[in-house]
Design a binder for this molecule. Structure first.
Ligand code: ATP
Length: 243
C-alpha cells in the first residue's frame, strides 16, 4: 500500500503498475528500464504538463480528429499504465486501437489484448503481416490497422519504427518524455509529457475542438519549436537546481 500523501505518490503508483505488469507478462523487463528513462526526464520537466506540452496535446488532438483513418498503437507499457485512458481517447477521436510490440510473442499479444478489453477498449484483431520496412518482427502490423492509417499515435515508441511510419507518409504523433530521442525528433507531433497526463488532455481536446481551430493548429504546427521548448523547460529546472 502506497500512502496517498507520499510526495512521490503518482510516480510510485506507476512503478507498482509496471512491476505488476512485468509479473503478469504484459511488460517485458526492458520495458521497466524504458519507464525509468521516462521518469528521469519527467523529473527534469518538473513532473508537470508545460504550456508547450499542452499546446502539443491540443495539436495532437487536431491531427487525430482531422484524420481519415487514425490508429492508436499500443505497447506493453502503455497498456499497463493507461488502458482506460486509451479507451477514452479511442472513443473521443474515433481511432482504432492496435497492439504492436517490440518484444512480440503471441502470449504477450493476447495478455495485452485481454487487459485492454477488460478496460473497455475495442482492440483491432487479425492476422499481422510484414508490412513495415523494418527487419524482424517489428515489421508486423495489421493491413486494415496501422498499415492503412493516415495518422498513428505512438505512445512510447522506438525510433526505428517511428521513422519507418513517417517514411511511409504517415503523420505520427508521439508521446515521449525524452525530447532527444529519435522518436521525438522524427515524429510529426511530439508530446513531451508523461503518458497518463498527456492522454486525458488529448482526449479532452478531441471533444472540445471545432473544425476551424483544429485546422489552424495543424497549419501553425512547428515540431522543432515544441522540442526546443521542452529542452528549454528542462534546462530551466537544471539552472535553478542549485539556487
Ligand atoms: P529512441 O529509439 O526513440 O531513440 P529509446 O531507445 O529511448 O528512444 P525506448 O527504449 O523504446 O526508446 O523508450 C521509450 C521512450 O519512452 C523513452 O524515451 C522514455 O523517455 C519514454 N517514456 C517512458 N515512460 C514514459 C511515460 N510514462 N510517459 C512518456 N514517455 C515515457
Amino acid at each position: 500500500m502506497i500512502p496517498e500523501d507520499h510526495p512521490r505518490y503518482a510516480s510510485l503508483v506507476a512503478r507498482e503498475k509496471i512491476a505488476d505488469a512485468v509479473k503478469s507478462g504484459i511488460v517485458v523487463i526492458e520495458g521497466a528500464s524504458a519507464h525509468g528513462r521516462g521518469e528521469a526526464f519527467d523529473y527534469l520537466l518538473g513532473e508537470r504538463t508545460t504550456k508547450s506540452a499542452a499546446r502539443a496535446e491540443r495539436t495532437a488532438a487536431a491531427f487525430l480528429i482531422r484524420a481519415a483513418r487514425p490508429v492508436i498503437s499500443v505497447n506493453g507499457n502503455t497498456a499497463a499504465l493507461a488502458a482506460g485512458e486509451i479507451g477514452a481517447l479511442a472513443r473521443a477521436s474515433g481511432a482504432l486501437v492496435e497492439v504492436n510490440l517490440f518484444h512480440r510473442t503471441e502470449e504477450r499479444m493476447q495478455a495485452i489484448t485481454r487487459h485492454l478489453e477488460a478496460h473497455g477498449v475495442a482492440v483491432l484483431q487479425g492476422a499481422a503481416e510484414r508490412l513495415l520496412p523494418l527487419s524482424h518482427d517489428r515489421a508486423l502490423c495489421l493491413r486494415e490497422g496501422i498499415y492503412a492509417a493516415d495518422v498513428v499515435l505512438v505512445p512510447l515508441e522506438d525510433g526505428d519504427r517511428c521513422s519507418a511510419l513517417v517514411g511511409m507518409g504517415k503523420t505520427v504523433v508521439a508521446i515521449d518524455l525524452n525530447p532527444l530521442s529519435r522518436t521525438a525528433r522524427t515524429a510529426t507531433v511530439t508530446v513531451v509529457d508523461e503518458l497518463t497526463r498527456a492522454l486525458p488532455q488529448i482526449t479532452r481536446s478531441c471533444e472540445e475542438l471545432g473544425a476551424d481551430e483544429a485546422a489552424e493548429l495543424v497549419r501553425r504546427h512547428d515540431n522543432a519549436r515544441l522540442l526546443a521548448e521542452a529542452v528549454a523547460a528542462m534546462q530551466e529546472t537544471l539552472a535553478h537546481a542549485v539556487d
